[in-house]
Design a protein around this ligand. Sequence first.
Ligand SMILES: Cc1ncc(C[n+]2csc(CCOP(=O)(O)OP(=O)(O)O)c2C)c(N)n1
Ligand code: SF4
Length: 279
Amino acid sequence: MNETVSPPRHDAQSYKSATKPVWCPGCGHYGVLAAITKALAALEAPPEEVAVISGIGCSSRIPAYLNTYGFHGLHGRALPLATGLKLARPELTVLVAGGDGDGFSIGGNHFISACRRNVDMTYVVMDNQVYGMTKGQASPTTDPEWEHGKLTPGGTGINPFQPLVIALASGANFVGRGSSSDPNGTARLLVDAIRHPGFSFVHVLSPCLTFRPEQREWKKRVHPAPEEATSDLATAAVRLFNDDGFYVGILYRGDREPYAPERHRTDWDSTTLEQAFEI
Ligand SMILES: Cc1ncc(C[n+]2csc(CCOP(=O)(O)OP(=O)(O)O)c2C)c(N)n1
Ligand code: SF4
């Protein structure tokens, strides 16, 4: 009898694991999970060739909900972990996912270094301008006037971190923004980001309705960026300085060569190195 072998399934559902998300009802991160699975399906990425690396936070739980390889690492340390993985296993599609607290607070310097290094991977930040997991403290992207109980009475009073501007200035090769309220649009953006060589930064507006219920309005405020993606840094910089925080789409698509470790290899042996550092 001839056995029929079914072709591998590559629909969005097939990238979801059996673990049910524990996010609050209405959390934006559901939309990002949907966008990631739709993007992987569109790319027909074999799940065993994808690794999703995260730090800690509600958003960083995402690898558990995917049927790919994954690593739920340490708070703020997803990018160095992913960098090591991509350099050791360049054939893998490496996605890094997390929140604004994880990525811009404790992980802020890693973010800058990852943009500078330009290793070929995609970083998705689910920004809700708050630390959701630890019950609603202000994050680097929080509006200075946002008051939250005893921790920030009267607001933080400090200037919010500008992730897209910093990504552009630090050398990220692709800068875009999506909204969790539009999983299909965010999936298209992720497909472009993953295909684009080098470090791609995808900022996703992903409301935390539990600690920032007013973010429910975000879906009405997002609007497409006024112009096509540019590869000109100065044009992108002007665009980002005019951004009201709700532009969605590809804002910059650069042509920097991704980091290639073989080009920076040395044939010095350890004795030569020791001699070079001798005082
Ligand atoms: C080294 C360390 N410091 C602090 C924490 C506590 N902590 C856990 S998650 C988190 C912030 C999460 O916020 P964000 O990354 O924005 O994700 P969200 O929960 O909003 O999705 C913090 C401060 C920790 N787990 N480890
Ligand atoms: S606390 Fe906020 S970020 Fe965390 S699951 Fe709930 S809605 Fe989402």
